[in-house]
Design a binder for this molecule. Structure first.
Ligand SMILES: Cc1cc2nc3c(=O)[nH]c(=O)nc-3n(C[C@H](O)[C@H](O)[C@H](O)COP(=O)(O)OP(=O)(O)OC[C@H]3O[C@@H](n4cnc5c(N)ncnc54)[C@H](O)[C@@H]3O)c2cc1C
Length: 400
């Protein structure tokens, strides 16, 4: 049996940041991680490069957290991305760089540098790996944290940081929701956020690998417009992907009976532009003319006859193609897969947490941070920014 001041359950991004801040403040933390090593998911973030945060100002950044924007604001304002960058560079000793859209990465482009740096900062003597927490009890003063093999850790405070349900092979398989629920917390039903969308495989499959820049996407469910996004769209063997598609994915209902996405592949193009394009090159293949607006393979897929010349396009056909270009319909037949989503929507109900500390309003001494809570952010470093900021606020509350 080990006793510690603070037990952090889960050694992922949020748990490791919590461990660092506790160590920095001279607290006595122990990180309890089920895997043989901490931060497995961190290693695969940003395609192995780890987009650790996003340098937007907190007032702008908060809009990347959907319904939770006001809830997360005190955290990202108290530990803004600029502070996170300073901490990682000055304390952890890893140089960072800023790329397009304010996204921050390690200069080395290695996620392992971030993971290893955080682990080193805390010290392995403060970590118990292979500790799969199965229950948390609280007597008057101390929490008793019990692992699957029966070993126990006692602590005055518990920070629950077990993540969500995405990429369960990295360790976050929803156990944190069960632990919180057993302590009396409500869990908002988990669902996929930041997922690729399976749709129209017969259309998308042959286009796999094609990227279309600046596509406007509108998600409709039962006739109602539910979400809008804009960005590069990537065709996959089974459907569509890319940051803007992934952002819409969280709005797809569990039963997408009458759900579809309309894609505007050529947002600046009008019927007049298309007419001029056709008239300017009567002898050219229409697919060649269209390829000045969208990638050639997509242009061909949008046409009933890819061999038709511009001169052969009737006004009705032009209007039909314009409709496909500016409102291509992707019917959604299945909810996005939570296992392969980058982030989990749902988790510990936010009204049961104090947004100024991430402390539980139900169990004094318990804190819930990171993806274990009902917070999910858009892509671009938002989720790791939240992991760090929520950890910072919890630790600040504990150490006073
Ligand atoms: C492929 C991919 C790429 C991503 N890229 C980015 C990116 O570049 N930038 C970004 O901001 N976000 C990115 N994300 C999202 C980001 O990784 C997560 O939001 C973030 O890791 C959440 O941190 P967390 O600590 O809350 O959860 P996790 O990182 O999932 O950590 C939870 C930890 O708890 C442990 N655990 C679970 N249950 C128990 C238990 N019962 N007992 C003990 N330990 C337990 C797990 O093993 C795990 O180590 C990406 C996600 C994926 C899947």
């Amino acid at each position: 049996m080990r006793e510690a001041g603070v037990a952090v359950i889960g050694g992922g991004a949020a748990g490791l940041f919590a461990g660092c801040f506790l160590k920095m403040n001279g607290a006595d933390p122990v990180i309890l991680e089920r895997n043989p090593e901490c931060g497995l998911k961190l290693l695969i973030t940003g395609h192995g490069r780890c987009n650790i945060t996003n340098l937007k100002e907190p007032r702008e950044l908060k809009h990347g957290y959907h319904e939770a924007s006001n809830f997360v604001y005190p955290a990202i304002n108290s530990f803004p991305p600029s502070s996170c960058v300073r901490f990682i560079e000055d304390e952890v000793g890893i140089k960072l760089k800023t790329e397009e859209n304010d996204r921050v990465f390690p200069v080395s482009d290695k996620a392992s540098d971030i993971r290893d740096g955080l682990v080193r900062y805390i010290g392995k003597d403060r970590m118990i790996t292979g500790f799969k927490c199965v229950s948390i009890r609280k007597d008057d003063a101390l929490f008793e944290i019990v692992s699957e093999d029966g070993s126990m850790v006692k602590a005055k405070y518990v920070i629950l940081a077990c993540g969500g349900m995405s990429y369960p092979h990295t360790g976050s398989d929803g156990a944190g929701f069960k632990l919180a629920s057993a302590l009396g917390h409500s869990i908002v039903k988990p669902a996929a956020a930041l997922a690729t969308v399976n749709t129209s495989p017969e259309f998308c499959g042959p286009l796999a690998g094609v990227t279309v820049p600046g596509v406007i996407l509108t998600l409709y469910d039962r006739g109602t417009r539910k979400a809008l996004s804009e960005g590069d769209l990537l065709f996959t063997h089974k459907g569509i992907s890319g940051p803007s598609v992934m952002e819409l994915s969280r709005e797809i209902p569990a039963r997408p009976d009458d759900t579809y996405i309309l894609a505007d592949f050529a947002k600046d193009i009008t019927d007049r532009d298309l007419t001029e394009l056709i008239d300017a090159r009567p002898k050219a293949l229409f697919a060649t003319a269209l390829a000045s607006l969208v990638p050639r393979r997509l242009a061909e897929s949008l046409l009933d006859d890819p061999q038709i010349k511009c001169s052969g396009i009737t006004s009705a056909e032009r209007k039909k193609i314009l409709g496909r270009l500016k409102g291509f319909r992707f019917d959604i037949e299945e909810a996005p897969d939570i296992n392969s989503s980058y982030c989990t929507r749902g988790g510990v109900e936010l009204s049961e947490l104090d947004r100024k500390s991430f402390g539980s309003k139900i169990v004094p001494g318990l804190y819930v941070i990171g993806e274990n809570t009902d917070v999910d952010g858009i892509s671009g470093g938002y989720n790791l920014a939240f992991a760090a900021a929520s950890a910072h606020l919890a630790v600040k509350s504990i150490v006073g």
